[in-house]
Write a protein that binds this ligand. Sequence first.
Ligand code: GDP
Ligand code: ZN
Length: 296
Amino acid sequence: MEGLVLSREGNQYRVHTLGGDVIATLRGKAKRQEERAVAGDRVSLDQSATGWAIASVAPRRNVLERRIPGGRGTRPIAANLDEVYVMAATANPEPVLQLLDRLLVLAEANDIPAALIVNKLDLDPGQSLIRRMVRAGYDVFPVCVKTGRGLDPLFARMRTTVSVVTGPSGVGKSSLLNALQPGLTLRTEEVSERIGRGKNTTVSAVMIPLDGGGALVDTPGFSDVGLWGLDPRGLIQCFPDLRPAVDDCRFPDCRHLTEPGCAVRRYAEAGPFEASRYESYRVLLAELDSLPEEWE
Ligand code: GDP
Ligand code: ZN
């Protein structure tokens, strides 16, 4: 039997199958697999006298990973995500561009498509934020959870995909999820509490199938995933709008800081992307450079 892993608690997995949810443990080959199973994994199940067991985990399309400090490798958090929604508010709280860009980079670094939700249109139209993000190549959903404006196209998309909603606190994430499916917020909080948010060495994720189709993945620590393990040389690739300029840099190993003939820096002055995106690149690069060396 095939199934979809919804959550893990210790060695027990909740697995969604056509016949309903079952609790399963890892067995045999799956147990020896370094990566174990996480929310979003497609697994095959065997039934024995002692209950259901996960016999194997299907290859992943992508995986959200957390780097373990001290160079001890990575831990998968959730697999096979279709979309990361980075949520911001036009005001209250004011958008912090670098924080939003950081979340977008995390999605890119994990090969997960990202889109933006810009909430609280009733407080401010948020035109410059929306324009900036569209220009960077992202789909933007301008919404007002309070009045319901703009929610239909967003919810339609969420019901056909497996997605994560992340963003600073206070932007309206819980309100949004509650509008999507009443009671949802409560449920995710209950589950993450049971799993012991912050207590485990791993950040556990929980997948919540939506009534009208699709699913949400509740990852208590998406923003804690950090930039561990990201090669500083690969950072520019996580900025889809800055990426094409790299071909015009004079040196192939350009870090796009002070190198002569750097096209990224030159384009930032009057180029196809916004200077603040380049600024985010510089800040994140400095952060990566200050992380301890890895020993793998
Ligand atoms: P979270 O921390 O991201 O989960 O944000 P919440 O959903 O808890 O919302 C934070 C505050 O913003 C709450 O007081 C909400 O009522 C309020 N809020 C949510 N959506 C809107 C909106 O569209 N407009 C306004 N003005 N307030 C909103
Ligand atoms: Zn350069």
